[in-house]
Design a protein around this ligand. Structure first.
Ligand code: SF4
Length: 689
């Protein structure tokens, strides 16, 4: 009997990037446990990954390539050899390229496996060689990172763990206890020491339950709230003029800009009392050690990037960057990419393999549009690391696109997802305990190593191997398309990073985060001027508005749609055993979670003649779902909530999820997503007697 124990890192699209110890016996995974030595996760995994062995060894795993035999979406396939499946893909992609041009091929991926080499790897040079379209933007991270860069010159923010020094922590649109659970102990300890915890969220989440104050604005109105906060900070003198003068540009113009945006102006927009806004601003101004914390939920609006611009500006006004426990803590993945790893090192080999090739860029969040609306259509699609039929906004358009007879679709997956059901060819994908990777985290400052504990089950392969096999199938012999995993890591990890230490310990610390934990105490912003910018002069050419301004929500109160669809739809993560759409297809997880439902507050339900458990329709022009009603005191009037993450079959109608209802409009800049600006109506379903 041979027992192997290796150190690894969770690969899921989660800020915590927990360290684990994986054990296999005679090539079979037997245990995945938290690594007690990991500085952030400290030996604890979550209710999803605590059952990872069951996921890896699950009887429903895809273990061979599959070729479609039934209608698209039927999920009817036959097993195939790798040789047959690869030949079919190469033949079809070549046909598409010769018939329509390379841009008719689209690679699409998300962060299902978010490791350094398994998320993109050599796929980019491969698709560049084909002259394919390329993916632009992302549903998460792209818009907020771009927004912060317009102010600081880079997405680099404060390490959230510095909240241990905070006297006040503002958790803005982030449900820390559910989606960033290993950060919560830091917040909890600060609160027990006397720090005030404020949660700003349209929903009373489980994090809001623990807060000292919960502020519940109308969804998507945070720009108005932030403008009013800046107004009060400046008008009442809660600003650090020395810091502003030394380290920023454009303050006077910004101050004039926010002058009309008083709390009384913002109050009706946000649905808050004027005094709540004034008191919040005063508190932020009066407590130097105030940390602002936001992750990805906030950016899912047209104005999401503007929210992040303004959040970045608040510490510039108050000077809280100068003190431990102050600042703005967003994703800290930028620190790893800034100094230690490069996600573009391997992807950038496109310039070597296909120099000078111009590629059409198509937005990741608007896959439905790309598949249904283009004058120059996509005819071949390759999907990995994602499940867009469930996860993309306006996913009904994704489904309609995938149904097209003139579209050839390839999906690499671990299970038969709602997206894989539409594929012409499915490749079996390896799990994280079966492949090598390096894991930069966006929630903390440790870069994780991931050593495989076993070979992939069946005929599954890692993404890196998939793209090597595809390159061979296309007859491409460039060495850049056939780099081993180790060679890719060597390219993507900076020379100064101690890979041996990472292998030995399971993690290394990002090298460039300042030892005093005060990245901007003395300015040092990454703009050409070295100063932070209130006015986006240098980004204006990229379509960024000069000043962060409130724009009424196109699909929001006062819009034509609001007359027909008067309720704001929220689609929060709520299930503790789901990881985005992963795990919800497994009965072991889904059966322990509440089934999909529509939450309404009691007056909104009563106005529609609805009681707990009644069957109701939630709908707009994009879609309609029939679900039971759950009366909730966690919402404010005018807001409906349908939790996210469930597979299609979990919904009453059997086809379509909450994202069939959500809005796929672009963000103001940054090519992000706009799930949150969605209006719906809810009405009772009357069954014939
Ligand atoms: S999903 Fe997140 S919390 Fe759970 S083990 Fe992975 S990184 Fe940790």
């Amino acid at each position: 009997m041979t027992t192997i124990e290796v150190l690894g890192t969770c690969h899921h699209d989660c800020p915590d990037s927990c360290g684990w110890i994986a054990t296999s016996v005679d090539g079979v995974l037997t245990s995945v446990k938290g690594n007690p030595a990991h500085p952030f996760s400290k030996g604890e995994l979550c209710p999803k990954v605590n059952r990872f062995v069951g996921r890896v060894n699950h009887e429903d795993r895809l273990l061979t390539p599959l070729i479609r035999t039934g209608a698209k979406g039927s999920g009817e396939f036959r097993e195939a050899s790798w040789a047959e499946a690869l030949e079919l893909v190469a033949t079809e992609f070549t046909r598409v390229r010769e018939s329509y041009g390379g841009q008719a091929i689209l690679p699409w991926f998300s962060a299902g496996t978010q490791g350094l080499i398994q998320i993109v790897g050599t796929s980019n040079p491969l698709f560049a060689k084909l002259g394919a379209s390329k993916q632009n933007g992302s549903v998460c991270g792209a818009a907020s990172g771009a927004a912060m860069a317009t102010v600081y010159g880079h997405g680099l923010g404060t390490d959230p763990l510095q909240a241990e020094h905070s006297d006040q922590i503002v958790l803005w649109g982030t449900n820390t206890r559910l989606t960033n659970r290993h950060f919560w102990p830091t917040v909890d300890a600060a609160q027990k020491r006397g720090a005030k915890v404020i949660v700003i969220d349209p929903i009373q989440t489980i994090t809001a339950d623990k807060a000292d104050q919960h502020i519940q604005p109308l969804p998507g109105t945070d720009v108005a709230l932030l403008l009013a906060i800046c107004n009060v900070l400046i008008a009442d003198g809660h600003i650090d003029r020395d810091y502003i003068d030394a380290h920023t540009i454009g303050f006077d113009e910004f101050a004039a800009h926010v002058k009309p945006h008083t709390p009384s102006w913002a109050a009706p927009i946000c649905g808050l009392d004027e005094s709540v806004i004034t008191d919040l601003a005063t508190s932020i101004g009066a407590v130097p050690k105030t940390m602002l914390r936001a992750l990805i939920g906030l950016e899912h609006h047209y104005s999401g990037p503007t929210m992040y611009r303004l959040l970045s500006m608040v510490p510039l006004l108050t000077g809280s960057h100068k003190v431990l426990g102050g600042g703005f803590a967003r994703s800290v993945g930028s620190w790893a990419e800034f100094s230690d790893v490069s996600i573009t090192a391997v992807a950038g080999l496109a310039d070597v393999v296909a120099p000078g090739v111009e590629r059409r860029a198509l937005d990741q969040p608007r896959l439905g549009h790309s598949l249904t609306e283009l004058d120059d259509p996509v005819h071949a699609l390759m999907i990995w690391n994602g499940n867009p039929v469930l996860s993309m906004p306006d996913s009904g358009a994704v489904r309609r696109g995938l149904e097209r007879d003139d579209l050839f679709t390839v999906v690499s997956e671990q299970f038969m997802t709602d997206t894989a059901k539409y594929a012409d060819v499915v490749f079996p994908a390896a799990m994280e305990t079966e492949m090598l990777d390096v894991m930069p985290s966006w929630g903390h400052l440790w870069i994780g190593w991931n050593e495989p504990a076993t070979e992939p089950l069946g005929e599954a392969v890692a993404n890196t191997e998939l793209f090597r096999r595809l390159a061979t199938a296309f007859g491409f012999t460039e060495p850049e398309l056939h780099l081993s995993d180790e060679e890719q890591i060597a390219l993507a990890v900076a020379d100064h990073v101690d890979i041996d230490a990472m292998k030995r310990d399971g993690f290394v610390r990002v090298t460039d985060y300042p030892v005093d934990h005060l990245p901007y105490a003395d300015g040092g912003f990454h703009m050409a001027s070295g100063k932070a910018e209130f006015v986006a002069e240098s980004f204006g050419a990229m379509g960024v508005p000069r000043l962060p301004d409130w724009v009424p929500i196109e699909e929001g109160p006062g819009s034509p749609q609001a007359e027909v669809y008067p309720l704001f739809l929220q689609s929060p993560k709520k299930a503790t055993r789901f990881m985005n759409t992963s795990y919800s297809g497994l009965a072991e997880h889904a059966d322990k979670e509440k089934a999909p439902h529509i939450e309404l507050d009691a007056p909104d339900a009563a106005a529609r003649g609805l009681s707990e458990g009644d069957s109701a329709r939630v709908f707009n022009d994009r879609a309609s779902l029939t679900l039971p009603i759950a009366i909730s005191d966690r919402l404010r009037p005018g807001v409906a909530s349908v939790p996210w993450g469930y597979v299609d079959s979990a919904y009453g109608d059997g086809i379509g999820s909450v994202n069939d209802l959500t809005n796929a409009r672009d963000t103001v800049f940054g090519s992000g997503s706009n799930y949150g600006d969605t209006l719906v109506q809810v009405e009772a379903v009357r069954f014939a007697p």
